[in-house]
Design a protein around this ligand. Sequence first.
Ligand SMILES: NC(=O)c1ccc[n+]([C@@H]2O[C@H](COP(=O)([O-])OP(=O)(O)OC[C@H]3O[C@@H](n4cnc5c(N)ncnc54)[C@H](O)[C@@H]3O)[C@@H](O)[C@H]2O)c1
Ligand SMILES: [Zn+2]
Length: 347
Amino acid sequence: MQVNIKLAEVKDRNYNVFIDELVKINFDTKVAIITNPTVAKFHLEEILSRISAKEVYVVTIPDGEKYKNMDTIEFILNECFANRLDRKSVLIALGGGVIGDMTGFAASIFQRGIEFVQIPTTLLAQVDASVGGKTGVNSKYGKNLIGSFWQPKAVHCETKFLKTLPSREFSAGVAEIIKMAVVFDKEFFEWLENHDIRDGKNLKIAILKSVQTKAKVVSLDEREAGVRAVLNYGHTFAHVIENETQYKRYLHGEAVSIGMVMANELALKLGLLNNEEEIRIKYLLQRYDLPIDYKIKSAQDFYDHFFLDKKSNNNQITFIFPDNIGGYAMKKEIDKKLVLDVLKDFE
Ligand SMILES: NC(=O)c1ccc[n+]([C@@H]2O[C@H](COP(=O)([O-])OP(=O)(O)OC[C@H]3O[C@@H](n4cnc5c(N)ncnc54)[C@H](O)[C@@H]3O)[C@@H](O)[C@H]2O)c1
Ligand SMILES: [Zn+2]
């Protein structure tokens, strides 16, 4: 299965996302595979057996979001120089979203930019992070504040790689799948209600649908001037939850799950969603053991936190809501009292 990602501005940047089609990749250049010890242990050997290139190097970086920083980028670049990679060389990201974001960013600045290929090995990376060309690292001022838009040459999603993924990580990826269905595709949402995506065949379909959805959104709005922001449904709340819990208690997808539930409560009050739909979304999240509740310490503090998000422009936040299941509404002017009322329900 393949999805072609079309980018409006420049034709030759179109690329394909391949799902379960990785047989052999041939390069007539040098390549460096960027990975970490966790992923390497399970899947590096297989990838090495499928790649043929002039020379193949493996650059291993430590596992974890806390290493998603400029020091690691410098380490990757230095390895590339030491191995005499050149402007024609290709970087391959083998890992989750952390590896993908960093490899893409390193590729975008190594000798002013070289090609890179994504081999995402988490569900979240397959359905979300590897598609769309956002790359980067965290700074001490916040997450993903340093980076570039740099599109991969190709994305290879292999569902079999997900077999080694811890179930919490799997569910975190499902949260992003549900997110896309709720705001963009009613039929897909109903399909999710009727199919268990822990089953291999269904998983492949769910990945395909999600990639198609994200690809369509990105092709309409690569730089997030409009509709791409809808992918942040649940995220305005999630970022505050992640922050309040020091990124320790929840995986990102878990925080997004709670964030969607919070956004839905507000959508209910705005008449954008009805009770039955709200319950159906919750139910679907729960089926994958995703959290749907969170104890807010102070509604006012939580509210103030919204404005620390890099996505708040001029002290204004854009809320993304479902407009019934399958549609979305972007709203800038939401009455503070209404938001506080919803947040107080979580206190
Ligand atoms: N660029 C984008 O558009 C975009 C979108 C969403 C998220 N992201 C970024 O993605 C990152 C989160 O990605 P993630 O959820 O994949 O986390 P991750 O990359 O940290 O991976 C999660 C854990 O699973 C391990 N792992 C990866 N593949 C495995 C496998 N097949 N088997 C067993 N273990 C495996 C990893 O080593 C890690 O410990 C964040 O940094 C986030 O900012 C980027
Ligand atoms: Zn997300």
